[in-house]
Design a protein around this ligand. Structure first.
Ligand SMILES: Cc1cc2nc3c(=O)[nH]c(=O)nc-3n(C[C@H](O)[C@H](O)[C@H](O)COP(=O)(O)OP(=O)(O)OC[C@H]3O[C@@H](n4cnc5c(N)ncnc54)[C@H](O)[C@@H]3O)c2cc1C
Length: 437
């Protein structure tokens, strides 16, 4: 095991920090067991961090911090079962690159690939559409060190009650040491991005979701403009037509990140310019099509730092909730420079997944890191909570265990398992005390 210096840790958005009493980088399961038992013996806590991309304090480790880099890389490939096992600390971009080299791919991805596989799955990180939207729903098996130092392997057949919950375990049930994903033969996606009006986007939403594999929409507050991105599978990899390198750089790096970053800075310093800036930003986005191997199309660089809140609401009322969000925003004096992102997920069978047991519509709200998010997020959160919304575990929200128990029918099942796997609360921190009790 490598001892790492205990410097101050910050999350990506710099909304959370920690100065752990000790930090280590375990290189195998036995080293994780030793760290868990040591924490238990001293009456302390221990927590593995991912890449720090959660906006909440879910990864804050003030006593023992385990760093993920020693548990990285592909461990096994089973072409018959079409599964791949990787170390829990493997970054998604590394997993994707290694899978592509093997002619394999995940089914679906979120917007970025900087997270570790354990960090991303533990908070329910998701993309949009497909048969499985979240990374956790693509898990076939996992290995976990519990709070008593026991090593458990879980899958649909082995410890199924652990498998049900630990795929989105919030870091509360144990330290994941490896994860096995279902994989598919490598495929290409064609992206079609096009501007639409609010009315056209909402009236065609159900049809778009039915017709396309993945639908992602962005509404520009204070305007009538939506940007719609649909991704569909191509019949063969060779027909993919990636964006020319400079066009990709111009659109994604320069226009989407650099110019957008500058505009949000202007909007933060001079908030009254926000509606005008949003109209300009929305109009500047033009229609484009491109195709590439799947993970290049699912993900885009996010260089402008922001704070985010995202909720899953039941799919059948989702568009009405979005309309209510717009009414609330239009009636307020909030000046919002970031688009609202709209995605869908089919129901899954994971105990505390935000899509557990129900088809869901995800609504995500962002502000620049330097902006005060409180009034905006609180106003919108009230609308989302009233619609039985479930907050993303890794994104900002103000809900507590009593609120959350009401929107998760399998709440008690998770709590009982937590009592069994972590009786001394070796894995707890302030965030988990708030959301789980
Ligand atoms: C720019 C940006 C874009 C994003 N895009 C999306 C998106 O498209 N969709 C989406 O749903 N979310 C998105 N997110 C949220 C992000 O995916 C989640 O917050 C995710 O949890 C971050 O992963 P991480 O590796 O950084 O984990 P961290 O934030 O470091 O940790 C998250 C949790 O995982 C736990 N954990 C980490 N490793 C282990 C382990 N080995 N065993 C047990 N628990 C562990 C930590 O203790 C903590 O509880 C985005 C975030 C950012 C900043």
């Amino acid at each position: 095991m490598n001892a790492a210096p205990t410097s101050t840790w910050h999350n990506w958005a710099r909304t959370e920090s920690a100065s752990p009493a000790r930090a280590t980088s375990p290189a195998d399961t036995a080293a994780v067991v030793r760290e868990v038992l040591a924490a238990r013996e001293r009456g302390g806590t221990v927590k593995m961090v991912g890449s720090g991309h959660s906006f909440t304090g879910i990864a804050v480790a003030s006593d023992g911090q385990l760093r993920p880099d020693g548990l990285s890389g592909i461990l096994a490939v089973d072409r018959e079962a079409m599964t791949v096992t990787a170390g829990a600390g493997t970054p998604l971009h590394e997993l994707n690159a290694r899978l592509a080299g093997l002619g394999l791919s995940l089914h679906n991805m979120g917007d970025i690939d900087a997270q570790t596989i354990a960090g991303a799955t533990s908070t329910g990180t998701h993309g949009t559409g497909g048969v499985l939207a979240s990374l956790a729903a693509q898990i076939a098996g996992l290995e976990l060190v519990t709070g008593t130092g026991e090593v458990l392997r879980a899958s649909a057949d082995e410890h199924p009650e652990v498998f049900a919950a630990a795929r989105v375990g919030l870091g509360a049930l144990g330290v994941l040491t490896s994860i096995t994903f279902h994989v598919e033969p490598l495929f290409a996606l064609e992206a079609h991005e096009r501007p639409m009006t609010w009315d056209d986007a909402l009236s065609s939403y159900d049809e778009l979701v039915a017709e396309h594999h993945h639908v992602d929409m962005y509404w520009f507050p204070h305007t009538d403009r939506m940007m719609t991105k649909t991704n569909d599978r191509l019949a063969d990899l060779d027909s993919a037509e990636p964006l020319h390198r400079w066009r990709g750089w111009l659109d994604d790096e320069l226009l989407s990140n650099t110019v957008f970053g500058a505009l949000t800075t202007v909007a933060t310093r001079a908030p009254r310019t926000t509606p005008l800036i949003n109209r300009v930003s929305a109009r500047a986005l033009s229609e484009r099509r491109y195709s590439d191997i799947a993970h290049h199309v699912f993900t885009t660089p996010r260089n402008v730092r922001f704070k985010e809140m995202e909720y899953a609401v039941p799919r059948e009322v989702g568009l009405d909730v979005l309309r209510e969000v717009r009414r609330e925003l239009d009636a307020s004096d909030w000046l919002v420079s970031f688009p609202v992102e709209i995605r869908t997920a089919p129901a899954d069978d994971i105990t505390l997944s935000t899509a557990s047991g129900r088809d869901s519509l995800y609504l995500a709200f962002h502000v620049p890191v330097a902006a005060d998010h409180r009034a905006y997020f609180a106003g919108i959160e009230a609308v989302l909570a009233a619609a039985d919304g479930r907050p993303h575990w890794g994104k900002m929200h103000t809900r507590d265990a009593a609120d959350l128990a009401r929107v998760y029918p399998r709440w008690d099942e998770f709590q009982q398992l937590r009592d069994r796997l972590d009786p001394d609360r070796v894995f707890t921190n302030s965030y988990l005390e708030r959301v789980l009790g």
